[in-house]
Design a protein around this ligand. Structure first.
Ligand code: GLA
Length: 384
């Protein structure tokens, strides 16, 4: 018996439906999505599971297995963010349905999963996406996929206070086994790119430094990008976002830009180029080039965008000095979480041992090490 269905039955004494939405990795392209740029994420084989059923009342009984916490929510009143962080993602999604004119009925649910929380693998986007999908299906509502993804993203903006881009929700909802998604975050045009790793593996190393996007400089970085964009737009009125800026334009304006703002823009402009080159490399089976671009991405995120931390820099440095490693970079919002490493299978064990012991010696902390494979996006697993 599935553990989430089992937990639901124990709590509520009847049978639920079960939905799943995965976490994501990002091969390359960080802090580009909210600048209308390019990203190259993929869904992974770790996810959030939601066992859920309508309950013929006007309130919701919601249980989080991982936080060992629960809540009851009355649907007749206006929903507001609460002090329970985990609950806000679900409330945010309910509110999105309500503000789109759908009437949401009471439900019971139990959720949990195996995405390490706060590790930069987008457990929050997975929870939002799985809730959107489940509420749609239980209420017989049909909403185009792109709009579902935008509802999940808006739930995060309004109830978690993080003005995130669209990458995480897109990857969680749209993932395909064995394929990365090259996404244009302006047009939302995308293509699946098969990830043939041959003798290589993707290994995540979790620094265990908990990033908290809301409290961190994430929103500040967005403001800095906006500031840079506005200044550049004075000279190039045709541009609509940093995505439209190239390195010559930026270099020409260097004397007019605050040095910090220049660095932020430099990262975005160069990272967009790297995503396009990395996609081409992946299509051509050139993993060496992909790895090289990953290292460059890290340097740019660390030096120019300044969203890394000592622990992440250390992990990438160890990777760079290890045999069999083609590339490594911090991944996601930053300030903690995971690095993603592209490593030859013959050297994975050696790498794991080396990274664990050197990291422990330096920080007195054991890193988490996860080998991930690329999986399907949001799905219904079991229906009543
Ligand atoms: C977080 C956000 C994404 C994206 C990344 C950085 O994961 O949710 O939208 O901005 O950071 O690339």
């Amino acid at each position: 018996m599935n553990p989430y269905i089992e937990a639901f039955k124990q709590k509520f004494n009847y049978n639920p439906s079960l939905f799943r939405s995965p976490g994501r990795i990002n091969l390359i392209g960080d802090h580009t999505d909210y600048n209308d740029g390019y990203v190259l994420p993929a869904a992974i084989d770790k996810g959030i599971y939601l066992a859920i059923s309508l309950n013929d009342t006007n309130h919701c009984r919601i249980q989080s297995l991982d936080f060992e916490d629960e809540a009851e929510v009355e649907l007749s009143q206006d929903l507001q963010p609460t002090t329970k962080g985990w609950l806000n993602y679900i409330l945010g999604v309910i509110t999105q349905f309500q503000s789109s004119g759908y009437q949401i009925k009471g439900f019971d649910c139990v959720f949990g999963g195996d995405i390490p929380i706060g590790a930069g693998l987008s457990s929050s986007a997975a929870l939002e996406c799985v809730t959107v999908r489940a509420l749609m299906e239980l209420h017989g509502i049909e909403i185009p996929l792109i709009q579902q993804i935008q509802m999940a993203q808006k739930a995060e903006h309004e109830f978690a206070g993080v003005k995130c881009g669209i990458m995480d929700q897109f990857a969680s909802a749209m993932g395909k086994a064995g394929q990365a998604i090259q996404l244009d975050c302006r047009t939302l045009d995308f293509q699946y790119i098969p990830v043939h790793l041959e003798d290589f593996s993707l290994i995540l190393v979790d620094s265990k430094v908990k990033h908290n996007l809301g409290d961190s400089a994430y929103n500040k970085r967005q403001q800095e990008c906006q500031e840079g964009f506005k200044l550049i737009q004075n000279s190039y009125p045709g541009i609509r976002a940093l995505r439209d800026v190239d390195s010559d334009m930026l270099l020409g304006l260097k004397p007019d830009l605050d040095p910090i703002i220049f660095k932020r823009c430099k990262h975005v402009v160069s990272e967009n180029q790297r995503v396009l080159h990395a996609s081409a490399a992946l299509k051509n089976g050139n993993l060496k080039e992909l790895g090289r671009l990953m290292f460059l991405s890290h340097t740019s995120l660390s030096n120019d965008y300044q969203v890394s931390c000592n622990e992440l820099d250390f992990l990438v440095n160890v990777a760079q000095l290890s045999e069999g490693v083609l590339g490594a970079r911090m991944m996601g919002g930053g300030f903690g979480g995971c690095t993603i490493n592209l490593i030859h299978k013959d050297f994975v064990d050696l790498f794991k041992t080396k990274v664990s012991s050197t990291f422990y010696n330096k920080f007195s902390l054991s890193p988490g090490i996860y080998e991930v494979s690329i999986s399907e996006g949001t799905s219904r697993i079991h229906c009543l």
